[in-house]
Design a protein around this ligand. Sequence first.
Ligand SMILES: Cc1ncc(COP(=O)(O)O)c(C=O)c1O
Length: 356
Amino acid sequence: MIYNFSAGPAALPAPVLRQAAEELPDWHGTGMSVMEMSHRGRDFIGIAESAEASLRDLMDVPDDYRVLFLQGGATGQFAAIPMNLAQADGAADYVITGMWGKRAHGEGSKYLDRVNVAAIASPSTYVPPETHWQLTPDADYVHITLNETIQGVRFDHVPSVAAPIVADVSSMILSEPINVSDFGVLYAGAQKNIGPSGLVVVIVREDLLGRARASTPQVWNWLENAKSGSMINTPPTFGWYIAGLVFRWVADQGGVPAMAETNRRKAAKLYDAIDQSGFYANPVAPASRSLMNVPFTVAQPDLESVFVAEARSAGLVNLEGHRAVGGMRASIYNAMPEAGVDALIDFMKEFESRHG
Ligand SMILES: Cc1ncc(COP(=O)(O)O)c(C=O)c1O
């Protein structure tokens, strides 16, 4: 048995992979795979619409929000956000709690004259309290990263600010309930809790459409995509199809509240094992700890490569931390069964008994 703790592209639910494998050569008697059918044909339109309907259902997306299935990953949206929401002389606030927020801010700075860091966590181990945020009065939006995948830092509530909140939810979408109407825009690269990489889901409030500057590339113009059903050009059809299968799987598990209950239990037992050991450590403030990405270190740094190698031999793979921060990281997205977390904890205890 292999448990894949990759941060992304990450493990997909086994029943989804089995269904995709079964349907690969001949989708529903059409004699072709989803990859081979026209995106404008009845079959794919059905797949696309049903995926969107499932996501709307799972997240309880209000009617005045549009759901887009686009390309270019979450990184494409780092640029699309300023282009769609503000003119070049506009302003935006970024709250930075880790590396992805930093990247979003860096990209935003290319397209806006006034890009303000309203708050930055240094080190990236907590969410700065809102009372310390320095917001721009006429900001077109405030950008936050609800879950920082690399440092494992999570917002435990939605901040209250005047400007529309744009939130990167790449590594936490569908892992716990999100009240969509608290946000102007939510966006998520698919490769953690949704499906294959390259696809990005954007959920945008209708009144924010139509603000794009004229130079916005067509493929990233939200209004044009909303009007064309995300089909300005050929969409990432196979990723969209797999996303639909994943959404159905989440619904079969009992939906997002049920996923959240399991996710909280999985995370709590892993953090407990780390905190109680004295051998492993996680630096994140308890209130800001991620439910999805759990970085940790061992007391002697030279043991980290030994840990990763021995874990791999035990079937626990992709536990190395992000190259920017080192250490280890267990990503425990929706598709990671609780048994995988139990196996990791058992291995950690056994490793400590030999090396601690
Ligand atoms: C929170 C977050 N935002 C953005 C990205 C970048 O996503 P992509 O590689 O799809 O551009 C990632 C990483 O995959 C991420 O974890």
